[in-house]
Design a binder for this molecule. Structure first.
Ligand SMILES: Cc1cc2nc3c(=O)[nH]c(=O)nc-3n(C[C@H](O)[C@H](O)[C@H](O)COP(=O)(O)OP(=O)(O)OC[C@H]3O[C@@H](n4cnc5c(N)ncnc54)[C@H](O)[C@@H]3O)c2cc1C
Ligand code: SF4
Ligand code: SF4
Length: 1903
């Protein structure tokens, strides 16, 4: 370190100062060389900066001159900080050259980028251009946020023609936008100044000096503490605490604080303090800012300019024609999905806000997705965590603003009117007319350049990069050519031109223009079809967009309105306004989660991390963005564009509806989800039955999902060739101790689910977590060893629900929840209707009163604050381990190391994919990062800092299997959190309806009816976790590690998965997470928690207290008085005493009559009297810092100024910020002013104070507060309960109160008057308050100046309580899902909307509870058995259809379309919803997307979908099949079904053998794809079993004929009466046609070769049915059907052997033919009426059913025809060769060894059944053999045609395929259709290389 002296022209000191500045800057730019360290600490004529990595005490030792008495100064700015930087550096230490900063600048990247861009338009009168250039870049590289701000401030000071205070005001403006009380000239000034520079936004206390002035400014939201004293000796001391400077009390003449946005300034030359008001007004008046502001441009000006020039123009539609609704090709081109339209876009317009979702995000990361995600999806929003607080954008909207000036920026160095020559947009979303006006305006000579962001299709994917370069160059050129606005437009996209992604184009342009210093000359507007969601807008704004017009979203909404999907009465303007409002809320929320309050500052700030984008993409478009794992390059992004293009304009003949890959909700054939139906079902089966085989299946399906979705899935374990013996591996009982369940609060889940989890975790020695909702004392005080409901982990979240001394004292872990994985940076709310009596009790609140969790902890705005809370909690329970829950994002490792330095003992790193009860989809999908990145970074950084041994690290987020646990451990985790999986084990089906209170399995609901359905047991969770631990052990054996501890951090046991077939995944570079931390810092102790944190509890003042209170604590003493002195080093005073009280006396504090009185003098340290218990009274003469009475629970705190003080208490600050935060009961009396956020989240204490700062009583839910002086702004925001009485001295209160949730009433009622009077008296008694004395003198006269603040919700709740009704009325909502549901994120009630919803008749949200399932779908049996017509009662069914559709809950994981459900993957929830809404046509399209012949399945399908429907768990399932049938029948009736003749034929031919459903579906699909298809059928009519098999009663043959006719009209030729293999050779066919598809069915019937089989009258069922049906059909010209009396049942005793569907058809046919009697034999036992344990949902329920034939027999003959457990022994001869009967015996089924079922005959049950006709209906044994023989085609063990393993429809014979029953074995029509469809796709791929035909679930892949 060197000290240098510079000399120069001392005549002109200003000039010299500038010269010195240039010198310093040049030196900093030019002398910095790699490897050498060079930094000029300060080079100034007036100040000297001393800095070092020193503790305060070391300062004097190190800088000897500071200890020299000769060294004097008239000012000193001292900064000492808790270093949150991992590697603190001398350069970064404060003070910097002009400022010292306590805070965080959240908008840094944008500020720095824009500062750089500004260099292009800067000119100075003081510096020549050449000199100015030497100062660039203004912000030197690699500085901290404070360092960067310091550079800019210093620069403005020297070059900007501004004083230091003005420069500071420019950078850190007050919240002026919404402050109506601010003088107009000051607002004008701020507005003018905002055009010079966007704010440097974030929590900040900035102190600054230039040698003359010294001052400080606080951020706009007051997020840092700042207190000052002025003494009678004319000394001003300002610090973040009181008590840092010792001064006798009588010398203090003022005790005050800095308020939000305010500045404190001392002019040392004039020797005076300049007040904020005076200072700022002076600055505001220093130039004619208000006058200048008149020159600003508004949108109105722009519109006017255009209207006069052009008149009106058509604004809608693309150059390729106006939008045509959902069939518009551009929707597919830009990746719109039906799901996003329905779940995001439509609700935005309907409700003016974003829709909510729940249960987290479990879909693949964009960089793994196979469904062409848009580039936006690769970006994850960053969020504030620990070092800076998020903001509540709803309750603290006074600080939020979306106002943005756009267009050319002026020279910032020359303050002028030019600053405002820009367009001021109130928010960034432009309507179509706005955009048109901006494009065409020439207002004030402005010109707008529209840049085409498309390129010719013909250029192919390689065209993307050159197009980006071209656009960037054109933009730069336009700026140089004097254009003021640039519009980046993808309007020209269409068939000829493909779009460049708007985001890529914008990023490339923005960064290119910054580099070329052109950016500030123009405004950039994005005209985009691509962007439509909140997240899209955020990314665009974050990367530099000034304004956005999402035109396609608007045009689509207009079309939906025209189609009546949206309210037809909406005007275009209404639609725009609704969308824009929703966006506004969404944007504010995203900004707020990063702690940014102004859009102007959010813009360009790049607050994102990219996951899976390559360096080339980042470099070109998103410079400066973190992208840690590399990933997709331009080639892939471009290919995705072309794939989307192909979906839109390619030959997608079967794309009836927009593609829905199931991004949000799982759907068949779409994106994989971690929680897919198969895994859920397997897990439930495993947990329920403790079945390891089911667990193995689960493990497999889960691994498949994990591979498709997550980063860990791209890794695999490095296994030994020979595993070590399993018995040497640590036992599972030890491993499970590392497991914890996630923080799910009672309130978000039911009490039953919550306690079950706790019991389970206690049983295994793991830990359960209370979540943020508290825990009732009876759960932890009375512990039953087997059913212990105590949660070991007790959470302390921002809402502080139920956080009492006793709650804290009874925890093993106390967990501070900083953020939640699914929605980091966001708060939450439990709406009043969910707050039951029990919840209210647990959360220390009132039933029916809503409970809000604020986004930040209001006692944690910085790492120091967190350290304080950690300390407080440790004091409140010295036994507990203090845990901090963080969410993964870039830099979480640094935060974690700060947290470890702050003495946390346990850190949770949550992944982005964790679950949540409710959040907007933007939050769920787009914020936070995978835990793999977070755990790896945390472990590495902690090891590097040698902090790893001090903390235990837990991984959390969608951890489901032993493999997940292994990866997390190997990356560095010690413990593991499980949330979703244990819930699934308890019955959760991932319905994703948690936010609706309608969870059908009783987990995420408080509805008693639904809670009763909860069927989970602790053993289910125990089973699951033990099986998982066993899986871990197996992996451990395989990798050769015996002790779990030895796994931790062993990244060498992980490797990147080989042979990864996902091309995107192959581009990822995971080396960063696979680094072994011990290689970075060898030899460090990495055993988490092995070194304890030193809290220095032995030094606590509480120890003396506890000693003195020994008698109280052991119950031998009743009262004690204690006197002490206190200093600000004594923090959390009394918290440990309260701990001992709680341990001894439980929740209620000291017993009545036992008291502790403590009298103190001095300045108390932070968290004074935190969690103070009942019975303890603390009186302090002096003052106190922040957080007094935090979590007060019963105690009494009294503070008044020293009696010797001369100041007036009501004008001085007595306590700091956030006092009484989360207090639950007790009393507080503060004589003086409390700073910001007094009584936030108070839920029961009574407090009296003489004035409060901003945000008083925020989120309060109960308690009483009396304020005898002024309040700050935003009083009562989010206050749902309790009462505040405010003495409104100057009448200003109303203007400062946030009245969204409260009513302001006069103080008139006697009750109120008495309450206030009593409190005044108490206040006088305790504190001697003069104000209170004055008021009492004339009471009740002064009552007229009091205002009672009374929340609406509280009023309602009190009324309810008074009426003794149980809790608040349940909120009943009607209508579609989210529409009717209170947005629990926002307390702002939408009463109009509620009313509208109540008017609707059908309630879909609760439909499944309210409406019974329709059961009578058939005509009455007695009627129908007399005819051969279809049995269905169509009219009846049709009438109740909407109600039935309303029973469908549109599940998040619709099991109805899963593997257990509909084989076609029919999009059931979608069409159910459409029918509910009455949109039959769209429903038809959805149906036809997956099912070629719903008229068949709708009649004959046994509906496995209904068997798998989630409702079936506890209710009758949704009626699906009827709805399907009605949709298609209605379509035929409405003449909507027309032959669809393909436009092109591809010249290729395919022969299909067999015309059953498989053959028909295959032919249908191939024909659509342009093939010439011929179907060969050996029967006389096409249709297979549809025609001759399934009887007319089930499927009318006219229905079959209608379809065949249509297909013929579409160009398919049917050749009947040709038996392939006999009439023509199959080999010839294969040669003649390009492909041959065998769909020949399973026609080989199973026989029963018993004695007498040869007798007449014994037939296969099919012979009987076919014969009859042919007879019914009448003769064809090919075939003469002869009557065959032997095959008729008339007047015969009929016996049918085989009890399946075929048997039933034989029953019904015989009955109608006139059988004498009918009996059927079923060898299996009679099924039970309900599912057995071995047949869990969603498997097909093997239960007793009565099918149509059985019912008919019962009606006719009085009995059910079925004989179960009956074995045929012999056919009996009548002596003439005819059958006369059958000998049979009953059998018994038992489980033998190995669990297999065994059958035994029951002796003595032999019986003879008479029968003249015996029908064998025992199924089929595969296809007949002759065709196989001819083709040399192998048949498998089950006699089915054998096909290839990886191409299951392709046989090994060239060009021969197989599908349907002949491949799959005897099955169902629906399976046959599914097989036919997919075989067609396989043929298409075989013949054309790829296919545009849909895959499973109707999803089109185009590859
Ligand atoms: C009586 C009965 C009732 C049923 N009821 C139902 C029900 O209610 N619901 C349900 O979902 N499923 C039912 N099924 C099952 C269902 O019908 C079949 O799974 C389905 O029809 C199989 O379709 P497929 O196209 O594979 O074969 P099939 O429908 O059997 O069609 C095969 C076709 O190939 C023809 N063929 C065979 N060999 C040749 C050859 N060499 N040359 C030319 N043509 C040839 C046959 O004549 C036949 O037309 C029932 C089955 C039967 C037997
Ligand atoms: S085809 Fe069958 S399984 Fe599929 S939806 Fe229709 S009835 Fe259900
Ligand atoms: S049909 Fe059943 S399983 Fe399917 S979405 Fe509706 S409620 Fe869920």
């Amino acid at each position: 370190m060197r000290q240098v002296f510079v000399t120069g022209d001392i005549e002109d000191l200003n000039h010299l100062a500038r010269q010195v500045f240039v010198l310093r800057k040049r030196a900093s730019h030019e002398l910095v060389v790699p490897g050498a360290r060079f930094y000029i600490c300060s080079l100034s004529l007036k100040t000297v900066v001393y800095k070092g990595l020193l503790t305060s005490n070391q300062l004097w030792e190190y800088f000897k001159d500071l200890g020299n008495p000769a060294f004097t100064t008239y000012l000193a700015l001292v900064h000492t900080r808790f270093s949150t930087n991992t590697f603190p550096s001398w350069e970064r230490a404060h003070p910097l050259r002009v400022l010292a900063h306590n805070g965080e600048i959240n908008t840094l990247r944008g500020n720095v980028n824009l500062m750089k861009a500004r260099e292009g338009v800067m000119k100075s009168e003081l510096f020549k251009d050449s000199e100015l250039k030497k100062l660039y870049p203004v912000v030197e590289p690699n500085l901290s946020d404070s360092g960067s701000a310091d550079c800019v401030l210093e620069f403005l000071l020297h070059c900007g023609q501004r004083t230091l205070p003005e420069a500071v005001m420019t950078m850190v403006p007050e919240a002026w936008h919404n402050d109506k009380t601010m003088p107009q000239e000051k607002r004008d000034y701020y507005q003018w100044a905002s055009c010079a520079m966007e704010a440097w936004d974030g929590p900040a206390l900035i102190s600054f000096t230039d040698g003359r002035y010294i001052g400080a400014i606080l951020d706009r939201n007051g997020l840092r503490p700042s207190r000052f004293y002025v003494t009678s000796e004319n000394v001003l001391v300002m610090a973040s605490e009181v008590g840092v400077y010792d001064v006798e009390p009588e010398k203090v003449i003022l005790k005050s604080r800095l308020k939000p946005g305010r500045m404190l300034l001392v002019d040392t030359e004039e020797k005076k303090i300049i007040q904020d008001v005076e200072l700022k007004l002076k600055i505001a008046r220093s130039r004619p800012h208000s006058q200048w502001l008149k020159e600003q441009i508004t949108m109105e000006d722009i519109h006017k300019s255009v209207a006069s020039a052009n008149g009106t123009v058509a604004l809608n539609g693309s150059p390729n024609g106006a939008i045509v609704g959902l069939s518009d090709k551009r929707l597919a081109l830009f990746g719109y999905t039906i799901e996003a339209i329905n779940m995001l876009l439509v609700p935005m317009i309907q409700n003016k806000k974003e829709a909510l979702g729940s249960m987290g995000n479990d879909a693949p990361l964009a960089c793994l997705s196979q469904f062409q995600p848009l580039p936006y999806e690769y970006f994850k929003q960053l969020f504030a965590q620990v070092t800076n607080p998020p903001i509540d954008p709803f309750r603290e909207k006074i600080v939020m603003s979306l106002l943005c000036p756009i267009g050319p920026a002026a020279n910032i160095l020359q303050p002028s009117a030019q600053f405002v020559h820009r367009v001021f947009l109130p928010q960034p979303i432009l309507s179509l007319p706005d955009l048109h006006a901006l494009k065409t305006t020439n207002h004030r000579g402005w010109k707008t350049k529209v840049l085409d962001c498309t390129f010719p299709y013909a250029e192919g994917p390689l065209g993307l990069e050159p197009a980006l370069t071209r656009i960037a160059n054109e933009a730069s050129a336009a700026a140089q050519d004097g254009y003021q606005l640039i519009v980046l437009s993808d309007r020209a996209a269409g068939k000829e031109r493909v779009p460049v992604s708007s985001l890529l184009a914008l990023g490339a342009v923005h960064h290119h223009m910054i580099e070329t210093r052109q950016r500030m000359k123009v405004g950039i507007i994005v005209e985009t079809a691509e962007a439509r969601e909140v997240h899209h807008m955020c990314v665009l704004l974050g990367y530099g967009a000034d304004a956005i017009c999402p035109y396609l979203a608007f045009e689509l909404a207009f079309a939906l309105r025209n189609d009546h999907i949206l309210d037809p009465n909406l005007t275009d303007e209404d639609i725009y306004v609704a969308y824009q409002k929703a966006m506004e809320t969404g944007l504010a929320k995203v900004m707020a989660k990063m702690g940014i309050s102004m859009l102007q500052s959010y813009r360009s700030a790049q607050i994102f991390e990219a996951v899976g984008l390559s360096e080339e993409v980042i470099d070109k478009c998103f410079k400066g963005t973190q992208s840690r794992i590399g990933g997709v390059n331009f080639e892939i992004l471009s290919q995705d564009i072309f794939d989307r293009y192909a979906l839109a304009y390619g030959e997608m003949r079967d794309a009836l509806v927009l593609r829905n890959p199931g991004n949000y909700h799982w759907r068949a054939g779409g994106e994989k989800h971690i929680n897919d139906p198969m895994s859920i079902a397997n897990l439930q089966e495993a947990a329920l039955n403790n079945s390891s085989s089911a667990y193995d299946k689960y493990k497999e399906s889960a691994l498949e999902s994990v591979r498709a979705c997550t980063l860990r899935g791209q890794l695999e374990l490095v296994k030994l060739d020979e595993p070590i013996p399993l018995n040497e591996v640590e036992p599972a009982s030890e491993i499970v101790k590392r497991f914890a369940t996630g923080a799910m609060s009672f309130g978000s889940i039911s009490l039953e689910a919550h306690t079950t989890l706790a019991i389970a975790m206690n049983r295994i020695g793991g830990k359960s977590n209370t979540g943020e909702g508290g825990e009732n004392a009876d759960r932890y005080l009375n512990q039953d060893p087997d059913y212990n409901k105590r949660s070991a982990i007790k959470q302390v979240a921002s809402g502080r629900f139920g956080v009492t001394a006793s709650y804290l004292a009874h925890a093993d872990d106390l967990q501070i929840k900083m953020a939640q994985g699914a929605k980091p940076g966001e708060g939450g709310e439990l709406p009043g209707y969910k707050v039951t009596e029990q919840i209210a009790k647990t959360r220390c609140s009132v039933p029916g009163v809503g409970l809000i969790s604020p986004p930040p902890h209001h006692d944690i705005y910085s790492i120091e604050d967190l350290a304080e809370l950690i300390y407080d909690l440790k004091c409140a329970n010295p036994r507990a381990r203090i845990s901090v829950k963080l969410v993964s994002e870039v830099g979480v490792g640094v935060v974690a190391s700060g947290v470890a330095k702050g003495k946390a003992e346990h850190i949770v790193i949550s992944g982005h994919d964790g679950g949540t009860g409710a959040s907007s989809w933007t939050g769920i999908k787009s914020a936070g990062l995978p835990w793999e990145l977070g755990i790896a970074e945390t472990h590495q950084v902690l090891v590097l800092n040698d902090l790893r041994s001090r903390v235990v690290v837990q991984a959390d987020g969608q951890i489901r299997t032993g493999f997940d646990v292994m990866v997390a451990a190997l990356l560095g985790a010690d413990e593991f959190g499980f949330s979703t999986a244990p819930l699934i084990a308890l019955g959760c089906t991932m319905m994703r309806k948690c936010h609706l209170n309608t969870c059908p399995v009783g987990i995420a609901t408080q509805d008693p009816v639904l809670r009763a359905k909860f069927a989970g047991k602790p053993e289910h969770v125990v089973n699951y976790l033990f099986m998982l631990a066993e899986e871990v052990r197996q992996h451990m054996a395989e990798v050769g590690v015996r002790k779990f501890q030895d796994l931790i951090g062993r990244t060498d046991l992980l490797k990147v998965r080989e042979n990864n077939d996902n091309p995107k995944a192959r581009l990822l570079n995971l080396s960063l997470i696979l680094k072994n931390a011990l290689h970075m810092r060898p030899g460090v102790n990495i055993i988490g928690g092995s070194k304890s944190q030193d809290f220095q509890l032995e030094k606590r003042l509480d120890n003396q207290l506890i000693e003195q209170c020994a008698g109280i604590l052991d119950g031998t003493q009743k009262h004690i008085d204690i006197k002490m002195k206190i200093t600000n080093e004594d923090r959390a005073f009394t918290s440990t005493l309260s701990y001992h009280v709680a341990m001894k006396y439980g929740d209620l504090g000291l017993p009545d009559g036992t008291t502790v009185n403590i009298a103190l003098t001095g300045s108390a340290g932070q968290s004074f009297c935190a969690f103070l218990s009942k019975g303890i009274t603390v009186t302090l003469e002096g003052d106190a810092n922040d957080y007094v009475g935090k979590g007060l629970c019963g105690g009494k705190v009294i503070i008044y100024p020293p009696k010797t003080s001369s100041f007036e208490s009501h004008l001085n600050v007595i306590v700091g910020n956030v006092c009484l935060y989360g207090a639950t009961s007790g009393r507080a009396y503060f004589r003086g002013i409390a700073s910001e956020r007094f009584c936030v989240r108070n839920s029961g204490c009574t407090a009296v104070v003489e004035g409060v700062g901003d945000h008083g009583c925020e989120y309060m839910t109960a308690g009483t507060v009396l304020i005898l002086g002024l309040t700050g702004r935003n009083f009562a925001a989010g206050m749902s309960g309790g009462i505040a009485y405010v003495y409104d001295i100057d009448g200003s209160f109303k203007g400062k109160c946030n009245t969204e949730m409260v009513e302001l009433l006069p103080l008139k009622q006697n009750d109120d008057l008495n309450v206030v009077k009593t409190l005044l008296k108490e206040f006088v008694d305790y504190t001697g308050s003069l104000i209170a004395q004055d008021l009492l003198k004339t009471w009740p006269t002064p009552a007229k100046n009091f205002i009672k603040v009374f929340p609406f919700e509280y009023q309602r709740a009190l009324k309810t309580l008074a009426l003794k009704q149980p809790a608040a009325p349940k909120m009943e909502t009607n209508g579609k899902g989210d529409n009717g549901v209170q947005d629990i994120e926002e307390a702002v009630r939408d009463i109009e909307l509620d009313k509208k919803n109540l008017e609707k008749i059908l309630d879909k949200t609760h439909g499944f509870i309210k409406y019974p399932r329709e059961t009578s779908m058939y005509r009455p049996a007695e009627k129908r058995l007399r005819d051969w017509d279809e049995i269905y009662n169509f009219n009846h069914v049709r009438r109740g259809l909407r109600v039935q559709a309303a029973r469908c809950m549109e599940c998040g994981v619709p099991f109805c379309q899963s593997g257990h459900g509909c084989p076609l993957g029919n999009i059931i929830p979608k069409w159910n919803d459409l029918i509910y809404r009455g949109d039959w046509k769209q429903a038809l399209h959805q149906l036809l997307q997956t099912n070629n012949f719903p008229e068949f399945t709708g009649r004959v399908c046994p509906a496995p979908c209904e068997g798998a429907c989630v409702l079936g768990i506890s209710e009758p399932p949704v009626t699906i099949k009827n709805i399907e049938c009605a949709i298609i029948d209605n379509a035929f009736e409405s003449d909507w079904i027309k032959p669809e003749i393909p436009e092109h034929r591809n010249g290729k031919t395919v022969a299909v053998v067999g015309s059953g459903p498989a053959g028909l579906a295959c032919a249908h699909q191939l024909n659509k794809a342009g093939y010439t298809v011929t179907v060969f059928e050996r029967n006389d009519r096409p249709g297979g079993l549809l025609q001759y098999g399934i009887p007319t009663m089930k499927l009318g043959k006219d229905v079959v004929a209608r379809r065949i006719k249509l297909m013929e009209a579409e160009g398919i030729s049917f050749k009947c009466n040709i038996d392939v293999g006999k009439d023509i050779s199959a080999t010839d066919l294969a040669n003649e046609y390009n492909a041959l598809v065998l769909c020949m069915g399973a026609t080989w019937p199973r026989d029963l070769n018993l004695k007498g089989r040869q007798l007449n009258g014994i037939h296969f069922a099919m012979e009987f049915l076919e014969n009859w049906q042919k007879k019914q059909m009448g003769p064809t010209h090919h075939h003469q059907n002869k009557d065959n009396p032997e095959l008729s049942a008339k007047d015969k005793n009929v016996l049918i052997i085989g009890g399946g569907d075929t048997g039933c058809d034989c029953i019904a046919t015989s009955l109608r033919q006139g059988a004498k009697s009918i009996t059927t034999f079923e060898i299996l036992p009679e099924p039970k009426p309900t599912r057995g344990q071995d047949n869990p949902w969603p498997q097909w329920p093997r239960v007793f059913r009565v099918d149509y034939g059985h019912e008919e027999v019962k009606v006719k003959f009085g009995n059910d025809p079925r004989k179960f457990s009956t074995l045929t022994k012999e056919f009996l001869d009548d002596g003439e060769g005819n059958v006369r009967g059958v000998a049979a015996v009953e059998v018994e089924w038992t489980r033998g060894a190995g669990g297999r079922w065994e059958m035994k005959e029951v002796p003595g049950t032999e019986k003879v059944y008479e029968a003249e006709l015996v029908l064998l209906a025992m199924g089929f044994l595969g296809p007949e053999k002759y065709v196989a023989n001819q083709l040399n085609l192998a048949q498998d063990a089950r006699s089915n045609f054998e096909t290839e393993k990886n191409n299951i429809y392709k046989t090994p014979v060239t060009n021969v395929f197989a599908a349907g029953d002949c491949r799959r074995g005897q099955s169902l029509v629906v399976w046959a259709i599914s097989e036919g469809r997919q075989a067609a796709r396989a043929v298409d791929i075989y013949l054309c290389g790829k296919s545009s035909l849909p895959g499973p679930g109707g999803v089109i892949y185009n590859h």
